[in-house]
Design a binder for this molecule. Structure first.
Ligand code: NAP
Length: 288
């Protein structure tokens, strides 16, 4: 069976049209959604992600502001900048690009962002709300994965989902969102024994490992849905996922490519969350 390729690019383009319309409606009401992005140091990957976010914001009619800080910036200074954005009425979403240099505690920075503007969904309050099924900002990559499944009419309820990876930004929250959607969830990680025995039981496999092409057809049952979150560089410099796309496509029913799969969805959900934040702030100020 040849798998259907889920184009994250296409799903993202459809969603971005809606986001653009929602941003324009808010602008007409006098509140242009605003996103502040803080970039510390000169990590080329971080810089490229930030540029992508700025460009996508502009295309969606979202005001964005980039705050660039030197590698040796103090934690105190960065926390003050975050506080200033918390109090800035033109800013509805705050994103501090990770990783941060070692003199700065990522935990402290994330916890300083107001949960009302936490469009990355990394604040412990946002995570707690997600776990208890309350309204919050969902973390962008996991949220994007769920949106892709929904757009392709892939049922999660009653399915067995195996998530490979347990990071706080991808693995753990995507498993939680699948659970919230009534899937039965198994987490695998570096200490899991017999990984392929686990993944072979899965109706839905989410690979969020960061190891080039470690998942192939031998890890899958016939007809599995395969979502590849990984972004890895091969020896020849080419970008690839955690899944061997060619081999896995022979067994999967649906599969996401790398690039052009989960990546475009992540930025899209950031735009979505920023517009949602502006809408919430608008509603709050007009309900008083
Ligand atoms: P991470 O923090 O390094 O976590 C990787 C996870 O994989 C860990 O839980 C680790 O287990 C597990 N793992 C490592 N080797 C394994 C193995 N051989 N078998 C089974 N599990 C193994 O990475 P991350 O931040 O979650 O990111 C994962 C990948 O997604 C990376 O390639 C990253 O670049 C990509 N990513 C893509 C997007 C996007 O928008 N497309 C967004 C975020 C991340 P332990 O916990 O036991 O160490």
């Amino acid at each position: 069976m040849a798998a259907k390729v889920i184009s994250g690019k296409e799903v993202a383009a459809q969603l971005r049209e809606q986001i653009k319309n929602d941003a324009a409606d808010l602008t007409d009401k006098g509140i242009t959604p605003g996103l502040a992005v803080v970039l510390v140091g000169d990590n080329p990957a971080s810089r490229s992600y930030v540029k992508g976010k700025e460009k996508a914001s502009a295309q969606a009619g979202i005001y964005s502001e980039l705050c660039e800080l030197p590698e040796d910036v103090t934690e105190k200074k960065l926390l003050q900048i975050v506080e200033d954005y918390n109090n800035n009425p033109s800013i509805h979403g705050i994103l501090v690009q990770l990783p941060l240099p070692e003199q700065i505690s990522e935990t402290k920075v994330i916890e300083t962002i107001s949960p009302a503007k936490d469009v990355d969904g990394f604040h412990p309050i946002s995570i707690g709300r997600m776990m208890t099924g309350q309204e919050t900002f969902l973390p962008c990559t996991p949220f994007g994965i769920i949106k892709m499944l929904e757009q392709e009419n892939i049922t999660m309820e009653g399915k067995h989902a195996v998530v490979i990876g347990r990071s706080n930004i991808v693995g753990k929250p995507v498993g939680q969102l699948l659970l919230n959607n009534n899937a039965t969830v198994t987490y695998c990680h570096s200490r899991t024994k017999n990984l392929s025995e686990m993944t072979k039981q899965a109706d839905i496999v989410i690979a969020a490992v960061g190891r080039a092409e470690i998942i192939n057809d031998s890890h899958l049952k016939e007809g599995a849905v395969v979502i590849d979150v990984g972004m890895n560089r091969k020896d020849d410099g080419k970008l690839c996922g955690d899944v061997d796309f060619e081999k896995a496509s022979e067994k999967a029913s649906f599969i996401t490519p790398v690039p052009g799969g989960v990546g475009p969805m992540t930025i899209t959900m950031l735009l979505h969350n920023t517009v949602l934040s502006a809408a919430r702030i608008y509603e709050k100020s007009h309900s008083q």
